[in-house]
Design a binder for this molecule. Sequence first.
Ligand code: DGJ
Length: 366
Amino acid sequence: MKLPRLCRLLALVLIPLSSPAAESFTPGEIWKDTDGVHINAHGGGVIHHGGTYYWFGEHKISGPKGNSAQVGVGCYSSADLITWKNEGIALPVSEDASSEIARGCIIERPKVIHNASTGKFVMWFHLEHLGKGYATARAAVAVADKITGPYVFHSSHRPNAGSLPVNHNPEAEDRVFEYFKRDLSGGQMSRDMTLFADDDGKAYLIGSAEENYTLNISLLTPDYLGFTGVYSRVEPGGHNEAPAICKHEGRYWMITSGCTGWDPNAARSFVADHPLGTWKSLGNPCVGPNPNGGPGPELTYGGQSTYILPVAGKPGAFIAMFDVWRPKDPIDGRYLWMPLDFSHGRVLVRPPAEWTLSVFDQAVRP
Ligand code: DGJ
């Protein structure tokens, strides 16, 4: 008789001391990890492995240096996509100033995939060497035996040196062809990027090339550590950044942004029957008003795309991940994760209202 009363008393005392665990996605709010600290994984991507989700992203700091890599790439783990445990820094920057990933360089948009044949976890990211602004424009790769790291820097690349794209068309009117030709022998530029591993085991790096005018989709080598020279140029002159891609019902769907630095702009969307294209433009995937009264669909609700995450065990369920950048205080950047809706023959982003995974169990909107 006495025990339950004691339990009730203890519960009354203890429960108010611990902050309630989040149960829903609250786009744009502070998202705390299990230590109660705002999650620090910007421009990131999520991989599901062994029943757990792992979120990798740029670890930012406060103040003017906050968007440079002062720490490295962070990793968080979760079973439910809402409760995230900090797994630490998966790829630390180097204290050796001559290293390609020396502290103070720029490391953006890290993504991790698993290579089933080698057993390795492979992280690609956009790399800018220390003190060079955004002139380096390289895709870089690091490798680990364990998903949470440590990842060891492997190499950096100007992709596809000397190779013509599979959709090469020298006759086509193309106002940025000069950049393509300039970089043909040394390799194409690679800035904003994502990774996509197809179900046939092939993996692709999708990156902004040609001074950000063109998006290149490049087939990686079977070990995922380099480029094969097989690639296509998407939307030459279209100025696409922030690519995010998924496969749904046998087709490939991509969301990108325009190029306005840290400021939001209107997202774009595309569909193709193969990762190498041909990609068809479907327009802005954000259509509904912002339920929070902030920036509307014409400004991607204040965000910029970074990744499309398939929800494990729920075929057809995808979460589009966007960053809200805070360039004056980068560590305060926020996350807009919203469900995707394919019910209109397009890829549509649902407006950033609070939501739970149960939306994927409901019937699609008419
Ligand atoms: C927009 C990109 O999407 C970001 O990753 C970052 O490179 C900023 N530009 C820098 O201005």
